[in-house]
Write a protein that binds this ligand. Structure first.
Ligand code: ZN
Length: 497
């Protein structure tokens, strides 16, 4: 019996073990996906190739550019969990370049070692009935070396100074670069989709670019042009556009005029992914009406996510959030969202695995009870001895989740632009850094309360020794919880009353 057969059997026994209610829900889940209901665009989002790496790169600046055997093995490990959860696409950045394609562009696609890695990744995805989505920095990520060689196409920033990264979208030569990257990628590799991102590193503010249309209008125009180019040559590809930094500090909402501009973009793309780093660009109270006017699908990133850092020991934190992401997935679906890009991380970390496992199951059937999806995933990956053990493992995840998010500062809880995205540690450094997630969102009092919850998780875990056939997962949970407690001890905290 190979591992795959065993996993299938585990899945079948999970359905049986869930009992009457679970069985009914699992059947309705299957029926829902058979009827093509649920989220249509179920995207697991890398983001960069080594963000999902199962071994750390402790001295590596972000984003880590290397594509080695460990990168590939980690991506394949992530793909398996994603496929088992029902994701259809893995959207991943940095396959051929991070900040800088070479000035001739095509040599990036002629590095035989790298090309083989990408082909093996695409094949691994296809075997799992998934596809790889190509992350495309549209006039923003990937042009630093091109701009050094050809300063004439460099954009300008808000002060009129040369932009550090962005091309000027009004220059046709800039578009020759964009089209060459697309041609090299899409003519030679069997990607399933393209993620367009035009402003993550900023965009050109000259009088013919954002200086003319405003930042949202300009980015809409650039994305529409790129999407038209893609759809005219590769009409089968899923095209998404992501409004990262279209608004200052990613803090919404769009004005009604900006909403109208994005509705215009909807005729050219398959899904507008309003991720929600600091709340979504479309205000929640306007979401339903906006979606009803949008010609394409609308998507989010499930309301809350941790951004993982390749420098960090992969088991040095434990951050599950299946309940909160599940609630957002359900709410956004109710408003009409049919796209989702769920942030990934190192799958060796059991909280990352569970976040992916539960989110994917809920995207297939957003009406489903999140607890039911969580217990199904526990059954599948932990193979508990009994229903009581299954519930106890699920409870350990929920206790850790509540302990962190319930401990957020009152100020942050009330902030209309509260993250969305929060960080294990700062992205920009060349050695491991302190735990930003414990300082960004928690006061000393909050850390004391989080610490108390984590100690309760350890206590719960001690009763589960020998109760699961989980391939070391509970042991990894324990490692993460212990490390987080030590971090809190080192940072300092206020003991709860
Ligand atoms: Zn310009």
């Amino acid at each position: 019996m190979n591992r795959r057969t065993m996993l299938k059997m585990a899945a079948a026994s999970a359905v049986l073990a869930l009992g009457k209610q679970g069985t009914a829900e699992s059947q309705s889940s299957q029926a829902a996906s058979d009827n093509n209901q649920g989220y249509k665009h179920r995207v697991a989002f890398g983001a960069w190739i080594n963000d999902m790496r199962n071994e750390p790169l402790p001295l590596q600046q972000w984003p880590a550019p290397q594509f080695d055997g460990q990168t590939l093995d980690s991506l394949v490990c992530a793909l398996k969990v994603q496929a088992e959860a029902g994701f259809k696409l893995l959207d991943v950045w940095g396959l051929f370049a991070t900040y800088g394609y070479p000035p001739d562009i095509k040599s990036a696609f002629e590095d035989e070692g790298r090309v083989q890695m990408v082909r093996r990744l695409i094949e691994a995805a296809e075997k799992l009935d998934m596809r790889i989505m190509f992350g495309m920095g549209l006039l923003s990520w990937g042009y630093d070396k091109i701009l050094e060689a050809n300063p004439g196409i460099r954009g300008v920033d808000a002060d009129g100074k040369p932009h550090a990264h962005a091309l000027c979208g009004a220059k046709e030569e800039s578009w020759r670069c964009v089209e060459k990257i697309l041609d090299c990628t899409l003519n030679n590799f069997a990607f399933g989709g393209i993620h367009l991102e035009s402003c993550d590193l900023g965009c050109c503010m000259c009088p013919e670019c954002a200086g003319r249309d405003g930042q949202v209008g300009y980015n809409v125009r650039m994305n529409a042009r790129a999407a038209q180019h893609i759809k005219s040559r590769w009409p089968h590809l899923t095209v998404t556009a992501i409004p990262s930094n279209w608004l200052p500090g990613n803090a919404g909402p769009f004005t009604p005029e900006q909403e109208d501009q994005v509705v215009g973009l909807g005729s050219h793309i398959d899904c507008f992914m309003d991720q929600g780093w600091r709340g979504t660009c479309v205000a929640p109270e306007r979401r339903k009406a906006f979606i009803s006017r949008l010609p394409c699908a609308y998507g989010t990133s499930g309301g809350i996510w941790m951004y993982h850092c390749a420098r960090r020991n992969r088991l040095s934190y434990f951050m599950p959030y299946p309940k909160r992401a599940g609630a957002a997935i359900r709410e956004h679906y109710g408003d009409g969202a049919r796209g989702s890009m769920i942030y990934q991380g190192p799958m060796i970390n059991p909280a990352v695995e569970m976040n992916t496992a539960v989110a994917g199951r809920l995207l297939r059937n957003p009406q489903r009870n999140a607890q039911d999806a969580l217990e199904e995933a526990v059954e599948f990956y932990y193979r508990p001895r009994s229903a009581d053990v299954r519930r106890a493992v699920a409870e350990a995840f929920c206790t850790a989740e509540d302990a962190y998010f319930d401990s957020w500062s009152d100020e942050l809880k009330k902030d209309p632009h509260r993250p969305g995205e929060f960080y294990v540690e700062t992205l920009f450094a060349e050695s491991p850094q302190r735990s930003q997630y414990l300082e960004q969102c928690l006061t000393p009092k909050g850390r004391g309360s989080y610490r108390k919850g984590l100690v309760a998780v350890l206590d719960r875990l001690s009763s589960l020794d020998g109760q699961c056939q989980d391939e070391g997962r509970l042991s990894r949970v324990r490692t993460g919880v212990i490390s987080a407690i030590v971090d809190i001890e080192n940072l300092g905290y206020e003991r709860p009353a």
